[in-house]
Design a protein around this ligand. Sequence first.
Ligand SMILES: [Zn+2]
Length: 209
Amino acid sequence: MSKMPVNLCITLALVLTLIFLQNLLLAADTQQHPKPFIVTSVSPITNIVRNIGGTHIHVIGIVPDGTDSHTFEPIPSDIKTLQAADMIIVNGLDLELPTLKLAEKVKKTKTTILQLGNRTLKEEDWQYDFSFPREHGHPNPHLWLNIELVMRYVEIIKENLSTLDPANKESYQKNAATLLAKLQKLDQAIFGCVGTIPINNRKLVTYHQ
Ligand SMILES: [Zn+2]
């Protein structure tokens, strides 16, 4: 019968003890510095925030996928979610008015509400059209379909997450840079693709949402 050398046994025991201690320390650290809890609204915004925050933040988007964001009304359980938020990030430009109203009422005093669209476009640049007539007073809020404007959303989210959680600033900047590079590539690909279509045939048929 082979016996494990004593030295090896001691080393193994030491390694296991170290792993155990490290886990304890990690657990204590997570308790002392819980991840920032970010509450978002619609899935395009949730997606951008997740890409930038990565594993350093906890994100919940309260408008369920497949729901019409224009008519969405928050449900009672959303109150708890909004109350717990360390930052609330919405598209703005009047897209999520019932959610915004509730958030302002129930949020923690120090929690900021970021309205990305309102920080991206000045009021004189707001767009009105058939679906969003000027006389109704609500601009077209769909800025996330324009890559240049999405890139501004990325910058705003990166800056605000870095201020909220400076310990992970480097990570937010790195993730944002990666996302911006992807968006740049996508923008070029779309331009390249459209360029192959004769100008007179450039008609887009789309379903809103
Ligand atoms: Zn829409």
